[in-house]
Design a binder for this molecule. Structure first.
Ligand SMILES: Cc1ncc(COP(=O)(O)O)c(C=O)c1O
Length: 423
């Protein structure tokens, strides 16, 4: 490829301002939010938009109950706690995830135990889960990372065999499906995030879904301080609650967005499908692998640096680093998705929980966190990168420019490797 790389003074492939941000706001969104002033009900799950959102999301996922909350981490904590996980119990989750998945376990003063992931799909490896089960394990918390549903049938099989609950982190996977069933309906209870970046977003917020009346009731009480009103009208606090109540402005915006949510997911799928097809023809990179059972929703589009396809005997992380630098100059937002497996994070290395060694001192089993125990997660952390802007209001024109930019920089891979050496 003859054209000079933008990092060396050439013209960027993607013009400044061509990549639009998420989400787009419509007139209907503004009207919905303004309606909250007329309704004059600013919070609680009894407010009209909260009720509508809960009913719509439960129906969409195909479950009996949904609760809207003030965040995804809170939603996951509610899911973990409402399922009955107790202090000191072990919950097995994915070593490759946003660290809120593990935080939601720690927030229950329970111990996160990490299973490795399948380096191809990026989701938790059911065989690795089974290896980590101990007498203290009570639940499994798989994650539908980057919008890719976890392989739920073998996970449920392991859970059933060992009498464990399954709590699903669907925070990045609104609308994704596993063997035709939507995530949010596949586990005993599930949590979603509605934060700014998510496929369904309110800026902040979360959702908990379950078919269990019992889990639902417990989660519902956690939204407050477990307070109920007695027969004389006095407030009684019957347990530990967290005030994870949602805000009605957010609910109004999410309800409004819900009507176009499927079309927005379809747009992501179309763009992602095009990129993955194009990357298959470009030696040096590839798109995400989609197993037969999965219908992912591409919360983030994850690509892989593949030096072996360029006959380069170098670590994938080196090629990725050079590519990301060169792509950034071409106007393409791209970068590493996760620095290291979650057990490598400082919280787990130092075992920082509730202080005084809790929750790890709740029982005598010594839990250790060594990142070398997670080769699958390490491989993903080293080789994968996100590609920004793969969502509406961006479209196929931008995706074509992205492919041109990848093609241009890969055509200069010697220079890309020099860039990787520079600080
Ligand atoms: C996989 C995963 N789990 C949990 C969360 C927590 O959601 P929130 O940011 O709404 O607390 C996120 C949010 O980024 C996430 O990506």
């Amino acid at each position: 490829m003859g054209s000079t790389l933008a990092i060396d003074g050439g013209t960027p492939v993607v013009p400044n301002g061509a990549v639009k941000t998420w989400p787009e706001f419509t007139e209907a969104d503004r009207e919905a939010v303004l309606k909250v002033f007329d309704n004059n009900q600013l919070h609680t799950n009894a407010a009209p938009f909260a009720q509508e959102l809960q009913q719509k999301w439960a129906e969409y996922c195909g479950v009996k109950h949904c609760l809207v909350t003030n965040g995804g981490t809170g939603a996951l904590h509610m899911a973990v706690a409402s399922a009955g996980v107790q202090a000191g119990e072990e919950v097995i989750t994915s070593a490759y995830s946003y660290w809120a998945s593990a935080a939601s376990i720690l927030h229950q003063n329970a111990i996160p135990i990490f299973a490795d992931v399948d380096p191809l799909t990026t989701t938790i490896d059911p065989a690795s889960i089974e290896e980590r089960i101990t007498e203290h394990t009570t639940a499994i918390l798989p994650v539908d990372i980057h919008g890719m549903p976890a392989d739920m049938d073998p996970i449920r099989e392991v859970a059933q065999k060992h009498g464990l609950l399954v709590v699903s982190d669907c925070c990045q996977a609104h609308g994704a499906a596993y063997k035709g069933r939507r995530v949010g309906s596949l586990a005993d209870t599930s949590g979603f995030s509605l934060n700014r970046s998510k496929n369904l977003t309110g800026g902040e917020g979360g959702l908990v879904t379950t078919d269990s009346d019992e889990f639902h009731q417990r989660a519902e009480a956690m939204l407050r301080f477990q307070n109920v009103t007695d027969e004389e009208g006095a407030v009684v606090f019957s347990g530990l609650g967290f005030n994870y109540r949602p805000h009605e402005f957010i609910n109004a915006f999410v309800v409004s967005q819900f009507s176009r949510f499927e079309a927005l997911n379809d747009a992501r799928k179309q763009m992602a499908g095009y990129l993955t097809g194009a990357f298959a023809e470009l030696p040096g990179v590839s798109g995400p692998h989609t197993p037969e059972y999965a219908e992912p929703v591409y919360f983030s589009y994850l690509w892989e640096a593949r030096p072996e396809e360029l006959a380069l005997d170098i670590p994938a992380s080196k090629l990725r680093k050079g590519l990301c630098k060169a792509l950034a100059a071409e106007g393409v937002p791209a970068g590493p998705a996760q620095a290291k497996p979650v057990p490598g994070e400082g919280v787990f290395q130092a075992k920082l929980g509730y202080g005084r060694g809790c929750p790890w001192k709740c029982h005598d089993r010594e839990v250790t966190y060594r990142i070398e125990d997670y080769p699958g997660a390490l491989e993903i952390c080293a080789s994968r990168a996100f590609l920004g802007g793969v969502f509406h209001p961006n479209g196929m024109d931008l995706m074509r420019l992205y492919v041109d930019a990848f093609s241009k920089v890969l055509g200069h891979h010697d220079r890309v490797l020099e860039l990787a050496e520079e600080e």
